[in-house]
Design a protein around this ligand. Structure first.
Ligand code: NAD
Length: 322
C-alpha cells in the first residue's frame, strides 16, 4: 500500500538512496534537506523536494505535515577529519532530532526512524585492532565519540522516551561506516572508503604513485555497502525492534587491506606514506550482528570487494568528468 513518507536529509548520501528505493516501491515521497537543491546527490522529479533547515521547530512541523512515516537521516556529519574538528557543529544536530520528535508527536506520525551510529560505543571497548565486534550493550557505561557520538547517544534516548511517554513508534539503527556511489568523496567530510578510492584514482591519473594513509594502517573497521543499509533501514523501521540495533557489516578489515582492495581495483601499486598525526579514530571497530540475526534472520552481507568496486568506478567517473 502506498504511504506518504518524508526523508529528512534526502539530499545526502544515504537519504538519496533511500528516496530512490522508496520511490521504486510506489510510495509518495517528500525529501527535505538544508543544502541548496543543486547540491543534492540525487534528484528525483516525482518527489516533493523541499529545502528547509530542520534545526527549527517550524521547519520540522512543515516537513512532517500530512505524512505517515519519517526517516531522520539529517545531521551534520563526516569522516574522522570532520567530526574530530567540528564537535560543537555535530552536537547541534540534537536540534534536528529533538524538533522532529516534537513535531512527530503532535502530528500523530505512525513510525519514526532515527539514524544513529557506531560512534555511540564506548571508547574503552575499541582499544584493540582485533575488535571482536561491538554488541549493543557496549554503549554503556557511556564513553562515546566526543561531540558526534554523544549527540547520537542523546538522540537515541530522546527517541526511546518519546516512545515510552508519548507512544511515538521510534526505531533506531546504529549504522557502521556506510559507503557507495553518490556520496561525499572529497572536501573534508568524506569517510575512509571514498577517501581511499579518491586517493588511489588521483595517484593513478597523475602518475605520482604515492598515497597518504591516516594512522599506521593497521587500525580496523567494517564497511557496509549502501544497498544493505537501505534494505536494513526499512526492515528495522517495519520491525518490532524497539531498542537501538547495529546495522553494519561484520567483515572487519585493516585500513591497509582497504588500500590493497582499492589498488587491486585500480590495477596500481602505490608507495604508502603513513601520517601518524592525522585524525584516526578508535583502534578497532566492527559490528557484532548477533542481535540483528536473531530478530531478522539477516545481516548486511555485500562483500567489501564488490561494493568497493562500484564505489571506485563512480568516483573515477566523477573525477574524470570534472
Ligand atoms: P550526508 O552528510 O550525506 O547526509 C546528511 C544530510 O543531512 C546532508 O545532505 C545535510 O545537508 C543534511 N542536513 C544537515 N543538517 C540539516 C538540517 N539542519 N536541516 C536539514 N538537513 C540537514 O550523510 P549520510 O552519510 O547520508 O548520513 C545520513 C545519516 O546517517 C546521518 O544521521 C549520519 O549521522 C548517519 N550515519 C552515517 C554513517 C555513514 O557511514 N555514512 C555512519 C553512521 C551514521
Amino acid at each position: 500500500m502506498s504511504k506518504k513518507i518524508v526523508v529528512c536529509g534526502g539530499g545526502g548520501f544515504i537519504g538519496g538512496h533511500l528516496v530512490n528505493d522508496l520511490l521504486e516501491q510506489g510510495h509518495q515521497i517528500r525529501s527535505v534537506d538544508r543544502k541548496l537543491f543543486s547540491d543534492w546527490y540525487q534528484k528525483f522529479d516525482d518527489v516533493e523536494n523541499i529545502v528547509l533547515n530542520l534545526e527549527c521547530k517550524d521547519a520540522c512541523v512543515q516537513a512532517l505535515e500530512g505524512v505517515d512515516e519519517v526517516y531522520n537521516l539529517a545531521a551534520d556529519m563526516g569522516g574522522m577529519g570532520f567530526i574530530e574538528n567540528n564537535k560543537a557543529l555535530c552536537m547541534l544536530s540534537v536540534l534536528i532530532n529533538t524538533h522532529l520528535c516534537m513535531a512527530a508527536k503532535d502530528a500523530g506520525i505512525k513510525k519514526f526512524f532515527y539514524a544513529s551510529s557506531a560512534c555511540v560505543y564506548s571508547a574503552v571497548k575499541q582499544t584493540e585492532a582485533e575488535n571482536p565486534g561491538l554488541k549493543e550493550e557496549d554503549a554503556y557505561p557511556a564513553l562515546a565519540e566526543d561531540g558526534y557520538g554523544w549527540e547520537k547517544l542523546f538522540s537515541e534516548r530522546m527517541c526511546r522516551h518519546f516512545m515510552e511517554d508519548y507512544n511515538l513508534q521510534t526505531r533506531v539503527a546504529r549504522y557502521h561506516n556506510v559507503y557507495g556511489p553518490n556520496g561525499t568523496y572529497d572536501g573534508g567530510r568524506e569517510k575512509a572508503p571514498a577517501a581511499i578510492c579518491r586517493k588511489v584514482i588521483e595517484a593513478k591519473l597523475s602518475g605520482k604513485h604515492e598515497i597518504e594513509i591516516w594512522g599506521d594502517g593497521s587500525q580496523t573497521r567494517s564497511f557496509m555497502y549502501i544497498d544493505d543499509c537501505v534494505k536494513g533501514t526499512q526492515t528495522i523501521m517495519h520491525s518490532d525492534i524497539i531498542e537501538p540495533i547495529n546495522l553494519g557489516s561484520s567483515e572487519m578489515v585493516t585500513i591497509n587491506k582497504l588500500v590493497d582492495l582499492a589498488e587491486e581495483i585500480g590495477d596500481v601499486k602505490l608507495k604508502r606514506n603513513y601520517n601518524l598525526d592525522a585524525p584516526k579514530g578508535v583502534r578497532g571497530r566492527s559490528s557484532d550482528n548477533t542481535l540483528i540475526q536473531k530478530y531478522l534472520n539477516w545481516e548486511p552481507d555485500i562483500k567489501l570487494r564488490d561494493g568497493l568496486e562500484k564505489t571506485y568506478r563512480w568516483i573515477f567517473d566523477q573525477i574524470s568528468n570534472k
